[in-house]
Design a protein around this ligand. Structure first.
Ligand code: PHE
Length: 449
């Protein structure tokens, strides 16, 4: 029975395939765009330290919880809760996850579309067409946003249609190494440029006076978003993982890869901002804070690339936006795979059809956002900043008190014999049962306390 399930649902061909796909899901706009600006405007090294604590102490245990639920049941997030409990209430947690994924994908697609439009913007600028470059690089143009969203969603849908190993695994095996190479080359160039040292200092020197409950709230939300946790993406990816594999080790590798990429992206973006300042470009807004969010990536950095000019400016600009597009694509495929696997498992819809129709449905929301970009911030707050940590708490509580840690241990011991008896195993138990739910809840409520 398990054999047929695996054969029809798909499976990773190798452990590396899973690691790269899960790391591809984790590494995205969250790392390259959101993390560096959060760090720069939130006390540099202090944010970095709190963020690392959130990733390893909270994110890593939740990731193990998700992967173990997925692998145990071989199901999508809703199906996994159904399989592990007869209580009808719990699959609602999975449904909340699917909803968060759908909504995150709807705005993520629009931002991902911008990254592609800026590849063209850079090409046009350096080809000597600044007017066309300005026209295409206008994130306020609803029609352009719509066109690029359609393009990005089409790419995502076509990969998902290919299935688990021939679609997702094949794509991420090419895209992830590419991403690493581009990132390293860009950092190598940037840290040797004038002005970048000041950026490095801002990034790495901790300013602990800036550590506030709001900062910890941000760091935790960022950790959940960046590690793709709390909505069942890793339940889904875990469901295609072979029983031979070592889940704690895989989760550790994915968490570490994602954190390294976020750290490296900080090494790239923050010095680049100060390099821009050295070129006379404004990097602080009216209230004296570093420019963050879309304005940083889509205004400050392009002005720097243009200012540098010549072959270097062109290469730097084009490669940077290709890097962002690649990172975004490996994340959008995981966001779409969640509702698609739900439709395949629970409603027996064929993969190609499910990918097509769900992709179209989400695209409809993206089109509204294309014309109303202020929705991005609102949706991000509800579905990522609050939605994902909330999902994380519910997953920990479900695993601990309904499915039971003992059963999760049985799954984790499969592929890693003796894990339940090890120190990491014992610590993990305390984390999922007590520490994670309390810390996440406290943090979610802290803005109101
Ligand atoms: N982790 C992705 C990023 O950092 C976003 C994401 C969130 C992907 C949730 C899947 C699930 O950009």
């Amino acid at each position: 029975m398990a054999q047929t399930d695996t054969a029809t649902r798909g499976n990773w061909n190798s452990k590396l395939g899973f690691i790269l796909a899960a790391a591809g899901s984790a590494v995205g706009l969250g790392n390259i765009w959101r993390f560096p600006t959060e760090a720069a405007s939130n006390g540099g090294g202090a944010f970095l330290i709190i963020y690392l604590i959130c990733c390893f102490l909270i994110g890593f245990p939740v990731m193990m919880a998700e992967i173990s639920m997925g692998r145990k049941t071989g199901k999508n997030p809703v199906g996994a809760f159904k399989a592990l409990s007869s209580n009808k209430f719990y699959p609602l947690i999975g449904m909340w996850g699917v909803l968060c994924g759908v909504m995150i994908l709807s705005f993520y697609t629009v931002v991902a579309g911008w990254t592609v439009s800026y590849v063209l913007e850079e090409i046009l600028f350096f080809a000597g067409n600044p007017e066309w470059a300005t026209w295409i690089g206008n994130t306020g143009n609803g029609w352009l946003n719509a066109i690029f969203s359609v393009a990005f969603m089409s790419a995502t849908v076509s990969i998902i249609m290919g299935g688990v190993s021939d679609g997702i695994e094949r794509a991420t095996k090419t895209l992830m190494p590419l991403l690493f190479v581009i990132l390293i080359v860009l950092i190598g160039y940037v840290v040797m440029q004038p002005g970048s040292g000041k950026g490095l200092a801002t990034y790495l020197r901790p300013d602990f006076s800036m550590v506030t409950p709001a900062l910890i709230f941000d760091a935790m939300g960022q950790a959940f978003f960046s590690l793709s946790l709390g909505m069942g993406a890793l339940i889904t990816y875990g469901s295609y993982l072979s029983k031979k594999e070592n889940v704690p080790q895989a989760a550790a590798l994915v968490t570490t890869t994602d954190t390294i990429v976020a750290f490296l992206a900080g090494l790239l973006i923050i010095p680049t901002m100060y390099m821009a300042q050295a070129q006379g470009i404004t990097i602080f807004n009216a209230s004296g804070d570093l420019i963050a969010g879309p304005a940083l990536i889509f205004q400050v950095l392009p002005s720097l690339f243009h200012e540098l000019g010549g072959l270097w400016g062109a290469m730097l600009g084009i490669t940077f936006f290709v890097l962002l597009s690649v990172a975004a694509l490996t994340s959008t495929i995981s966001l779409l795979e969640v509702p698609v696997s739900y439709a395949i498992d629970e409603f027996q819809i064929k993969r190609k059809k499910a990918a097509m129709y769900i992709g179209l449905g989400i695209l409809a929301v993206s089109l509204v956002i294309s014309f109303q970009t202020s929705l991005i911030g609102v949706l991000d707050t509800i579905f990522s900043q609050i939605g994902l940590p909330l999902g994380g708490i519910l997953i920990c509580l479900f695993l601990s008190y309904e499915w039971k840690v003992q059963n999760a241990f049985e799954e984790l011991d499969t592929g890693n014999p003796g894990f339940s008896q090890s120190l990491v195993g014992k610590v993990w138990k305390v984390m999922v049962m007590i520490v994670c739910p309390i810390v996440i809840l406290y943090n979610l409520l802290s803005p109101y306390l």
